[in-house]
Design a protein around this ligand. Sequence first.
Ligand code: GRG
Length: 306
Amino acid sequence: MPVSPNRKAKPSIFSLKRYIDRGVKLVNAALNQHLPKASAKPKTLHESMRYSMFAGGKRLRPILCMAAAEACGGRASDSLILGSAAECIHTYSLIHDDLPGMDDDDLRRGKPTNHVVYGEGIAVLAGDALLTLAFDLANQARPTKRYKQNDYVGELAKTAGHAELIAGQVADLEGEGKPVTRAQLRYIHERKTSALLTCSVRLGGMSANATPRQLQALTDFGYHVGLAFQVIDDILDVTQSSEQLGKTAGKDAAVQKATYPSIVGLAKSRKIATDLTAKAYSALKPLKGKAVALEALADYLLKRDH
Ligand code: GRG
């Protein structure tokens, strides 16, 4: 049957799988470009940085960064270096978190942890090197009319610093084996998890010269999606196997760490994650339908099984 020339073209259907696959490829290529070569001196350090960086992480933070840039009318390619910086901070935090003096874990991203392979000294230094590389990358990012390199660096420093990531880690360490209230648990999750997800979407928006209203929308989105992400992480820790997660399952209960399931039970935890995701969707309203990828990512994070 001939196709009528007046027939409207079908709107293209957004495929999250394609979006994530493309995002992972772009991020891996950018990280490969920005990380020192494994053969460069000091070889052990650079091998160790690359070992953890290319161990198979989901690349969630840089993908959220790209989606946020696009939601503000920018290009994913302009946000890549900032997303890479967020991934460097994330990977540093995982390496240090796995150390014997912290969570003492030997499995991460489906592989032996950094200190198991390279020793504690090199693992500490590889984490330090990734953290500082993040600031170097942010300092190389393209400025926009509203945001300059010092804004990007400041954003990352605030997130990685004493009041956010590190404060969350301190509260987490000090809470082990003790009764923790729901409010204290939320304090930990806001800092340990939500802060870097919020920072990632804010950096994406900044790379696209986001208006203050757009940036606020991304901040609210990141906050809620970040909390939902951690509630789901707590649920997966008790419902999935180490094989599925690529990290030691059941760890929270083993070290008597408070989690949403341990405080409110599994069913209520799922409801909390669903409600937080609904709040994340609502936060996107000011982006006026341009945040399709962010919406799909929030939904994916709620339903994920690893
Ligand atoms: C300052 C050392 C230090 C740590 C800060 C972020 C953090 C606190 C510790 C890392 C361990 C942890 C359980 C963090 C909570 C956030 C979280 C669930 C991280 C795992 O993120 P995914 O699932 O990991 O995105 P992949 O491996 O896919 O990148």
